[in-house]
Ligand binder design. Structure first.
Ligand SMILES: NC(=O)c1ccc[n+]([C@@H]2O[C@H](COP(=O)([O-])OP(=O)(O)OC[C@H]3O[C@@H](n4cnc5c(N)ncnc54)[C@H](OP(=O)(O)O)[C@@H]3O)[C@@H](O)[C@H]2O)c1
Length: 364
């Protein structure tokens, strides 16, 4: 029998997308969140008399009561650096498999370094950042590394938006999380180990649909997951190409905010200004933009060995579909390991590629 899926954060923008995608797949998630009446309203909209459960991260006991051994807990409660801990701790305490929608470097690092060993001891798996951040790059890089073989010692991946971007393309939750992530210390994989460095430290460009587009370096799950798949990797670089010509100014800003004390002050100021739960792009707006992830594997001399380009729908659409696919698969087949797992480790490369294709993300 399939395990129970508990969706924490169901009434948020991303949570709703995941709930809709789960129901469309015939799943019956328990809708969990902090507001009972909003949950009942959502259950009514989705139909089928889904169960609901209330829990608040300010009361970690209430989050622990959501899950039991063998359940699958999906969390979309963010910003994760601020609110993500109780859900992952609840999954470990119960021995439940866990997936989340974070894109935040500091939280990803905490899942791999701080929470992973506890999950391993508890016999459950943690699949962090299983959304647009950072599944397409994990898949593109794993495919490029398979094609490149043992000689690949470095992989670079860039994330870009295609189509007609406009105001309102980012959800309130993304803005709230991004405000913290730009000012927080980030990381890279250099010389065969994880090193702490500021976000946007590097800028490089990738050819996207015939045009060179710049992108800034960012800490992502690729830095943890890929060296486990290809232990010969000396360097993993992930880049975010959403900012176009603003990429260089962002590099300069990240240098300023990395100065002692400045980052904390900026984070505090942006934290006060940015509000979450303000919704995000509707289906019509999402249909205007798409996503492009490009991975390039290099040998030790810097020669390109393989390049994989994946394209698909809007990042929020992908996030809803990925999390629904991952939760449904984890509920039926379990995960392929315990502890903190990268997307390929959790599901297998061919299976992940098939799941992403179902969501519309395919080789271009
Ligand atoms: N990886 C990706 O590509 C990707 C894509 C989309 C989103 N995200 C991330 O996912 C997170 C959610 O984004 P979003 O746009 O959905 O934001 P959102 O609409 O603000 O949703 C946040 C959710 O957290 C819940 N929440 C807040 N405080 C809580 C508390 N004390 N106890 C329990 N629940 C609480 C909110 O509950 P209410 O509904 O009651 O307000 C809401 O359900 C953000 O961190 C965002 O960056 C990442």
């Amino acid at each position: 029998m399939a395990a129970r899926i508990v969706l924490f954060g169901a009434t948020g923008y991303t949570g709703r997308l995941v709930a809709q995608a789960l129901v469309a797949r015939g799943e019956r998630p328990v809708l969990a969140g902090r507001d009972g009446s909003k949950l009942e309203e959502l259950a009514g909209e989705l139909g089928g008399g889904l169960d609901t459960a209330t829990a608040d991260v300010a009361r970690p006991d209430s989050v622990r009561e959501l899950v039991s051994r063998g359940d699958v807990l999906v969390s979309t409660v963010g910003p994760f650096a601020r609110w993500g801990g109780p859900a992952v701790e609840a999954a470990i305490a119960a021995g439940a498999n866990y997936l989340d929608s974070t894109g935040e470097p500091a939280f990803i690092r905490a899942v791999f370094e701080r929470y992973g060993p506890g999950a391993e001891a508890a016999g459950c798996g943690l699949v962090t950042a299983f959304g647009y951040d950072w599944v397409p790059g994990n898949l593109a890089c794993a495919l490029a590394l398979r094609e490149a073989g043992e000689a690949a010692t470095r992989v670079d991946v860039g994330y870009f938006m295609t189509g007609r971007a406009g105001a309102g393309d980012m959800s309130g939750g993304t803005r709230a999380s991004a405000a913290g992530a730009v000012t927080a210390p980030s990381f890279g994989w250099r010389g065969g180990r994880l090193v702490t460095e500021r976000g946007a430290k590097r800028v490089r460009s990738f050819p996207v649909r015939g045009k060179d587009r710049p992108a800034i370096s960012v800490g992502s799950s690729e830095h943890f997951a890929l060296p486990r798949l290809a232990p010969q990797l000396r360097e993993v670089n992930a880049y975010l190409g959403w900012f176009g010509p603003a990429s260089r100014p962002m590099q300069a800003m990240s240098l300023v905010t990395s100065l002692p004390g400045v980052g904390t002050a900026v984070a505090a100021a942006t934290g006060r200004l940015v509000k979450g739960s303000t919704g995000g792009p509707d289906a019509q707006q999402r249909a205007r933009t798409g996503s492009h992830a490009q991975a390039i594997a290099y040998d030790a001399a810097g020669e390109e060995l393989a390049r994989v380009v994946l394209e698909g729908p809007n990042g929020y659409t992908l996030t809803g579909e990925f999390l629904a696919w991952g939760a449904a698969r984890a509920a039926r087949e379990g995960l392929r390991g315990t502890g903190a797992l990268g997307p390929v480790e959790a599901f297998g490369l061919d299976e992940l590629q098939a799941g992403c294709a179902e969501a519309g993300l395919k080789r271009a």
